[in-house]
Design a protein around this ligand. Structure first.
Ligand SMILES: [Cu+2]
Length: 169
């Protein structure tokens, strides 16, 4: 009897946390979210990205390797990624440098400091160039540090994943 009650509480707390996060962003836009989420360095620096040491420096060609594939940035619009909706063109290659076609990519953005993702689902489009895929919108709705995991399913049935980290403002 106790366990179900506890998990129910946990779920409602999580839901509340997410709602509060969305709400503060929606109502206040650029202002005020940092105080509420408590990055807690007390410097009053509104961006935080200048001091952010995690993640990746965006560049065309930035790449990450999984177990059997490599994912590289062909483009990002805008570049570097910003707070809001982003469109990414990515190239998938196998470890021999051959294009990986007919893959399925699911983008999962998370803010590790706040413990939330985004309700907006990105869609994937395979482009004409073999191995090129467009992912849009990569929705990074808050200022701060995001980790975007790309879960890749290959035609072989194999699963792979890579992660890019970007601080956006
Ligand atoms: Cu957040």
């Amino acid at each position: 009897m106790r366990a179900p009650l506890r998990s129910l509480l946990l779920v409602s707390l999580t839901t509340l946390g997410l709602a509060a996060c969305d709400k503060s962003e929606g109502e206040h836009g650029e202002h005020g979210e940092h105080g509420e989420h408590g990055t807690g360095d007390g410097t009053g620096d509104d961006s935080g990205c200048a001091a952010e040491t995690r993640g990746d420096e965006f560049a065309i060609g930035l790449s990450k390797s999984g177990t059997s594939i490599e994912v590289s940035f062909i483009s990002s619009s805008p570049a570097p990624p910003i707070k809001g909706d982003n469109t990414w063109t990515l190239e998938l290659q196998d470890l021999q440098g051959q294009p990986v076609v007919d893959a399925t990519i699911v983008a999962i953005p998370m803010m590790p400091d706040h413990g939330h993702g985004t309700p907006v689902e990105a869609e994937m489009t395979a482009l004409e160039t073999p191995g090129h895929y467009e992912i849009s919108p990569v929705n990074l709705f808050m200022t701060g540090y995001w980790e975007i995991t790309l879960e890749v399913s290959l035609t072989s049935g194999e699963q792979d994943s890579v992660m890019f980290g970007f601080c956006v403002e």
